[in-house]
Design a protein around this ligand. Structure first.
Ligand code: PEP
Ligand code: MG
Length: 555
């Protein structure tokens, strides 16, 4: 009998409780008994009414939520009443299909398109299927499927969770999330991080193995123990809760136990996340993803408009000693932007994304840099600017010239192995480096960062990735220039110690991760961090690297 399952750890923490399995399908007998209208126009009207009610449901959940959760739900509301989807349903009805078949066919058509686009769009396949189930439920007069309300604190287990399932979760009743699908950047992961619920994704066979059982979830190790000894499990959770409480009250200073300073910074997407980050013990913003401000824009915002948006993000950090790293547009691949991205690329992750967009359209970059310079001037915030997707030394040189020409500090991201290998030469051209471990892992391992099936490869604990981080950090130390990490790796407290041991000078992460990382790093000497780094570098796979680093930490 299976006693434990493994997946990709997303939100650290221990939790124990009975498994609550989420339903994703509508009761089959209700579907079988449903009699669809025979007239295509009447059927389309029924579809419109059902889709509108589903969208209303998303909108009222969005109104009760905040931040990333609200954004995700609002996007789902838009998808439920999407005109393209409705058009596909209408076409299917016109060809003589009954309403349920027409809806199924239309959704599957969109699933194929989204899957083909890859990246963030592929992640939306879960949302599409969730919308289909909800529309079908409305049509056949059943409640929308999803997560029941548990009687006692439970571990929510599902094949996959749609935003609507995760949005209203009460962390007192749902103590952990376990899903079969999804990667570390899926919606489930994003929302679990926001709620601070221990979470493991990509756990194959979780629904079948956990239904009707008790589960002990370890969101740091990525394990789920089935029916553990109850008393022992509860004791472990209690100890973890005490440790996490100590973490929550951590307020700096950010340094190892022996006093080596480590800058902790926040990753932000807009003015509200910047304001929220300013309430945390951070030294500034290590990654402002500017492209996320423009995902829904059809045309390029003017320089003035951009300057106003950037100034709102910079303003909370216009204070002594703080700085903000603005990243120029990282459009393309998983973040298509109507006014910038090249459509119909065969292989967008390896295509014209990030800085590469400026090769054919330098004006796009120069107008953005003008806007950043205006925002920096207006707020007085210390502003650094970096480019994504640098592959060559020449790219770094040209970018630095454009940035310095506007009186700003210039850096580049290390996301492509070629740039990591030549970090010492890149550093001759720029003032700082920031390692994007999400893409560095994707490109080192040749594995799409969104592919659930490849989650074991797209793991920043991959020793090959750690070696590239080591090369880059060592180059920074030799040059006496800052080298930070701003990918998701920085948000993992154990890996953060390894990164410090490899020699990085700053860690930038979602604001919610700052205290756990700060508390962990401040409890460890720089010598131990270095030993953890050596142990991880000596491993041949992520699991061994994690275990080896943890063994050093625990002495
Ligand atoms: C990264 O690749 O690690 C990174 C921080 O950039 P993004 O996740 O926005 O691609
Ligand atoms: Mg990246």
């Amino acid at each position: 009998m299976v006693t434990s399952l493994h997946g990709t750890p997303v939100v650290p923490g221990l939790a124990f409780g009975p498994a609550l399995v989420a339903t994703t399908e509508v009761a089959a007998d209700a579907v079988a008994q449903y009699v669809p209208p025979t007239d295509a126009a009447a059927a389309l009207e029924e579809y419109d009414a059902a889709a509108a009610r589903v969208a209303d449901g998303f909108r009222s959940k969005a109104a009760a939520a905040t931040g990333a959760t609200a954004e995700v739900l609002t996007a789902s509301a838009g998808l439920a009443t999407d005109r393209g989807l409705r058009g596909a349903v209408r076409k299917n009805l016109a060809s003589g299909q009954d309403l349920l078949t027409a809806v199924d066919g239309a959704v599957e058509q969109f699933v194929t398109v989204f899957t083909g686009m890859g990246g963030l769009m592929a992640e939306r396949v879960t949302d599409l299927r969730d919308i289909r189930a909800r529309v079908v439920a409305r049509l056949v007069g059943e409640p929308e499927p999803g997560v029941g309300v548990p009687d006692s604190p439970s571990v929510l287990v599902a094949v996959d969770l749609a935003p609507a399932d995760t949005a209203g979760l009460d962390p007192r009743r749902v103590v952990a999330l376990v899903t079969e699908r999804g990667g570390p950047t899926s919606h489930t992961a994003i929302i679990a991080r926001q709620l601070g619920i221990p979470c493991v994704v990509g756990v194959l066979g979780a629904v079948a193995a956990l239904g009707g059982h008790q589960a002990l979830v370890d969101g740091q190790a990525g394990t789920v123990e089935i029916d553990p000894e109850e008393e022992k499990a509860r004791a472990l959770v209690a100890q973890d809760v005490t440790e996490r409480a100590a973490t929550a009250s951590w307020s700096g200073p950010a340094a190892t136990a022996d006093g080596r300073p480590v800058k902790l910074l926040a990753n932000v997407a807009d003015a509200s996340s910047s304001a929220a980050a300013a309430d945390e013990p951070v030294g500034g913003i290590g990654l402002f993803r500017t492209e996320l401000c423009f995902l829904d824009r059809q045309t390029e915002p003017t320089v003035d408009e951009q300057a106003a948006i950037y100034a709102d993000v910079l303003a909370p950090f216009a204070q002594d000693g703080a700085y903000v790293v603005v990243r120029t547009l990282d459009a393309g691949s998983d973040k298509p932007i109507a006014f910038a991205t090249h459509p119909d690329e065969e292989n967008p992750a390896l295509g014209v994304r990030g800085l590469r967009l400026s090769f054919a359209d330098p004006g796009l970059l120069h107008r953005q840099l003008d806007a950043v310079a205006i925002a920096a001037e207006r707020t007085g915030a210390e502003t650094w600017v970096m480019a994504p997707m640098i592959a060559t030394v020449a790219e770094a040189r040209d970018f630095a010239a454009a940035v310095r020409g506007r009186g700003l500090r210039a850096g580049v991201m290390i996301e492509v192995p070629s740039a990591a290998l030549l970090a010492h030469r890149v550093l001759e051209e720029v003032d700082f480096l920031s390692i994007g471990t999400n893409d560095l892992t994707q490109y080192t391992m040749a594995a799409d960062r969104m592919a659930t099936d490849l989650a074991h490869l797209t793991d920043p604990w991959q020793p090959a990735v750690l070696h590239l981080v080591a090369i880059t950090a060592a180059a920074g130390q030799r040059a006496g220039k800052p080298v930070g990490v701003c990918g998701e790796a920085a948000a993992d407290p154990l890996l953060a110690c390894v990164l410090v041991g490899l020699g990085v000078s700053s860690l930038s992460m979602a604001a919610a991760a700052v205290r756990p990382v700060g508390a962990r790093v401040s409890g460890v000497t720089s010598r131990t961090c270095e030993e953890m780094a050596d142990a991880a570098l000596a491993a041949v796979d992520p699991a061994t690297a994690r275990d080896a680093a943890r063994a050093v930490l625990l002495g």
